[in-house]
Design a protein. Structure first.
Length: 485
């Protein structure tokens, strides 16, 4: 047994990365298909299934900043489009980010910090939320983390192949999500502050190639508005919420939890800044890793805040998923510096325990997205030939339709499309509901019930029909109206 133990403890570095990646993947796969696809995910699937010409127009004209993910998903879904298969790539990407976090931590701060940082990231609620979501954010997280690791390799070895690999990963990261460019800016800042020899030719060459390859995307972003009003304007409350989510508060609905996690995130960053400042004053070589990690976290936050004030709101929690590996490395590095050893172990266990609570919440029922699958099952059990269906808001038909394609028993319904932009809702409804004896109304919002002030045609339904049945599942209200005699 002792020789086996020594062999386990002497595992090569890459084997260690594989181990933490596999463990992170197992966590990400837990209940990954327990929740219905929500609108953005269902739109990803719908876009991936579009005919070639329509797909190219959608991916490279309307959604160019995530075209890389759509292109990948289009090929991947040839395997199948069940909830598990749709979300599986994100889980794999997120697990890969954990592996690279381990490699970076081991190189910058030592083996213990690498293991702790990887563990913290694997059980972080925000990381896990997007590891179980069919969107581009986990891919961006992986690409940014891999690019950062290759940046370190290129700096150490200064070989042409390392700089080429770094440039390629930067291009992938930026095309996975445009916010990745801010992490590249953090690389450049750390490069300038690095003591000793700096390989200018390789670094500038890599950044130049990446900039040229990414210019079409930059040009597209400058001429298109992708925030579309859904990102709130920057405010102290907004910034507090962002910091809270980075700490893991996305798993909790309490404002107090958001404030608590925001304070914890802020304290970690301040502590890291103090460590870096002391090392800078003492001119120790250990200062540079902290500069790189602080830049990794702070440049996207500060840059996003400045852009939100000067240009338009862009500081969204999901966009900042790319800074989580850097934050995990900062916290991991701080924890392993704690003295004495008992305090160090206790601090690590306490931090992991707190994050694990969020992990359970994210994968459990409390964090479920709208329960379209339950709504479809209820409708399928009660519908009749000739029934009509209305979704409110209208665009929620996309995830509802996907849930119908996945249901063991699919309802046979005629969809009624309301378009208040073209004509008043009441006129639309009077024209469209004529001839239907029964109308299903599916409401998807925070109240899961029809609101008279929100849906102007509700009084028309109540005048011509009467409510005969209803069911409210998580964030979805299903209401059956039957024509009055």
């Amino acid at each position: 047994m002792p020789w086996m133990l020594r062999r386990i403890l002497d595992l090569p570095v890459l084997a260690g990365a594989v181990v933490v990646s596999v463990l992170a993947l197992l966590v990400a796969l837990f209940q990954i298909d327990a929740r219905s696809l929500w609108f953005d995910e269902a739109m990803s699937v719908r876009a991936a299934h579009l005919p070639r010409d329509q797909f190219l127009k959608f991916a490279f004209d309307q959604e160019a900043f995530t075209a890389l993910y759509y292109t990948f998903l289009r090929g991947w879904l040839k395997v199948g489009d069940t909830i598990f298969l749709v979300r599986l790539p994100s889980a794999i990407f997120a697990a890969g980010a954990v592996g690279f976090t381990f490699l970076i931590g081991r190189r910058l701060l030592g083996p213990a910090a690498g293991w702790v940082a990887a563990l913290l990231l694997a059980v972080h609620a925000l990381h896990l939320q997007y590891a179980q979501e069919a969107r581009t954010y986990a891919l961006a997280e992986l690409a940014v983390t891999a690019a950062t690791w290759m940046f370190l390799v290129a700096l150490d070895r200064n070989r042409w192949w390392a700089w080429v690999a770094y440039a390629a990963l930067v291009i992938v990261a930026v095309h996975a999500h445009f916010f990745a460019v801010m992490v590249v800016a953090a690389h450049a800042l750390a490069f300038l502050l690095r003591s000793g020899e700096r390989p200018w030719v390789g670094a500038v060459g890599a950044w130049s190639v990446a900039a040229i390859a990414s210019w079409p995307l930059a040009s597209w972003l400058l001429s298109n508005d992708q925030t579309r009003g859904w990102i709130p304007a920057l405010s102290p409350i907004r910034l507090l919420n962002v910091l809270g989510w980075l700490g893991g508060a996305n798993a909790f609905s309490s404002p107090a939890a958001v404030r608590l996690f925001a304070v914890a995130t802020g304290l970690a960053l301040v502590a890291a800044a103090v460590v870096a400042a002391r090392m800078w004053r003492n001119r120790t070589e250990e200062r540079w890793p902290w500069i790189l990690l602080l830049g990794w976290v702070l440049v996207p936050i500060v840059g996003g805040a400045i852009a939100s004030v000067v240009v338009k709101p862009v500081l969204a929690e999901r966009y900042l998923l790319i800074v989580l590996p850097g934050l995990a490395l900062i916290v991991g590095g701080l924890l392993v510096r704690a003295r004495p050893g008992v305090m160090r172990v206790s601090a690590v266990l306490a931090t992991v325990g707190i994050l694990a609570v969020g992990t359970y919440t994210v994968t459990g029922s409390e964090m479920k997205k709208p329960a379209f699958d339950e709504a479809v099952a209820y409708i399928a059990a009660e519908d009749r030939p000739g029934d009509a269906l209305i979704t409110e808001p209208g665009w929620q038909w996309v995830p509802l339709e996907y849930a119908m394609t996945q249901a063991p028993e699919r309802p046979t319904l005629t969809r009624i499309v309301t378009n208040p932009v073209i004509e008043p809702p009441e006129d639309t409804m009077e024209r469209l509901v004529e001839g239907y004896e029964r109308v299903w109304l599916v409401v998807v919002d925070g109240h899961a019930r029809p609101e008279r002030h929100a849906y102007g045609y509700l009084h028309l339904l109540e005048r011509s029909y009467h409510l005969v049945d209803s069911r409210v599942v998580h964030l979805v209200g299903v209401f059956l109206y039957e024509r009055s005699p």
